[in-house]
Design a protein around this ligand. Structure first.
Ligand SMILES: Cc1cc2nc3c(=O)[nH]c(=O)nc-3n(C[C@H](O)[C@H](O)[C@H](O)COP(=O)(O)OP(=O)(O)OC[C@H]3O[C@@H](n4cnc5c(N)ncnc54)[C@H](O)[C@@H]3O)c2cc1C
Length: 331
């Protein structure tokens, strides 16, 4: 479990980082907090020639209100900084609820938002030592040509296992991405490709610089429920984020529901907004949305838990989260 030998570059500006990425091509890999990259390097999942350590780029950190009332969170802000931020706490409770469940305190102190949004997808057959993988002949994502999860197919089913993305989806977040041709903005919902190998819409020479939460989602009440083996540290096996706007009469004015850890991408439950907006709370309505969450999630045998149990928990979490958000969500 040693690290492969490689050069470490420490750019001080975004432009410099992007230049190194462009010059090094597929041989380069970004490292931020390193809480995902380092274990993956130790397992020889990657052998980059250049590790681009973006931590020295000061412009990548800072949680600030910007023109128009949107919130900008820098790619290098740590998960702890997000949970502790009064601006995030008072305006975007679903994000605090989700980020507080990521890993344990040590990883949250090191791990960054950018790293969390660009995590590698995970799978029982992939996140193993080189020795273990070699004994099996590899898998579609690494060193092989068969997906052990769905052997007949040509698609990788490694799972998106991040917690902040579903919360940010319910807040209509946008990514800021820097590349050799400048900066671009992309809705988070379009950032993920639902493919275990080509997981995000990010060029080899691009990096995430910030996340924007639009002013219209300030004050959306919400929360996140997560299934994991050990509550103190583990990655999600299933997760549901909910954000609602409910008026003083109890009528839902805006709604988003998103699921994670059950597909190669975090996904919005598309029917949720359509069915919930304009309605008052009822157990039947909430159950209907919970059924839609089950249809959105496609858990397979990619982790230590069974697909059936994870699907069941999607339903339970969606129901619970909607009930709680509705109760707490009145103006
Ligand atoms: C024991 C353990 C438990 C964990 N549990 C959870 C969990 O419950 N939930 C969860 O979501 N995560 C979990 N993680 C994963 C990880 O700790 C977090 O996701 C963390 O936020 C990753 O951030 P980082 O800065 O350390 O990323 P890094 O490890 O530095 O990078 C992760 C990936 O993102 C890329 N990257 C980083 N920054 C950028 C950027 N600005 N632009 C483009 N690409 C970038 C890297 O190249 C790499 O591919 C766990 C990790 C461990 C070791």
């Amino acid at each position: 479990m040693t690290m492969p030998a490689c050069r470490v570059a420490r750019p001080k500006t975004v432009e410099e980082a992007v230049r190194i990425l462009a010059d090094s091509g597929p041989e380069a890999m970004i490292i931020a907090g390193g809480t995902d990259v380092v274990p993956n390097l130790q397992m020889k999942l990657f052998t980059p020639r250049v590790l681009v350590d973006i931590k020295p780029i000061r412009a990548l950190a800072g949680i600030t209100m910007v023109a128009g009332g949107a919130l900008r969170i820098g790619a290098l802000n740590t998960l702890t900084e997000i949970v502790d931020s009064p601006l995030v706490q008072s305006n975007y409770p679903v994000l605090v609820s989700a980020v507080a469940t990521i890993a344990g305190p040590l990883q949250r102190n090191m791990g960054t938002l950018g790293g969390n949004l660009c995590l590698e997808t995970r799978c029982l057959w992939y996140n193993q030592s080189y020795f273990w993988r070699k004994a099996l002949g590899g898998c579609l994502k690494k060193e092989g040509d068969v997906c052990h999860v769905a052997p007949g197919g040509a698609r990788c089913w490694a799972v998106w296992s991040g917690d902040s993305a579903p919360a940010l989806l319910t807040l209509d977040a946008e990514m800021e991405i820097a590349g050799p041709r400048g900066s671009r903005r992309l809705p988070l919902a379009k950032f993920y490709r639902n493919d275990g190998i080509y997981r995000v819409a990010l060029g080899r020479d691009e990096m995430v610089t910030a996340v924007f939460l639009p002013a219209r989602t300030v004050g959306r009440r919400g929360l996140y429920h997560k299934l994991r083996i050990r509550d103190s540290i583990d990655y999600p096996l299933a997760g549901v984020a909910v954000a609602l706007e409910v008026d003083r009469n109890g009528v839902c004015r805006e709604a988003r529901v998103a699921v994670t850890a059950v597909n190669p991408a975090p996904l919005l439950v598309n029917e949720a907004s359509e069915w919930l907006v304009g309605q008052k709370y009822s157990p039947e309505l909430v159950e209907r949305v919970a059924q839609a969450a089950i249809r959105t999630g496609k858990p397979l045998t990619t982790s230590a838990s069974t697909p059936v149990y994870r699907r069941d928990m999607l339903r339970v979490f969606t129901r619970r989260a909607l009930e709680e958000a509705w109760k707490n969500g009145r103006d």
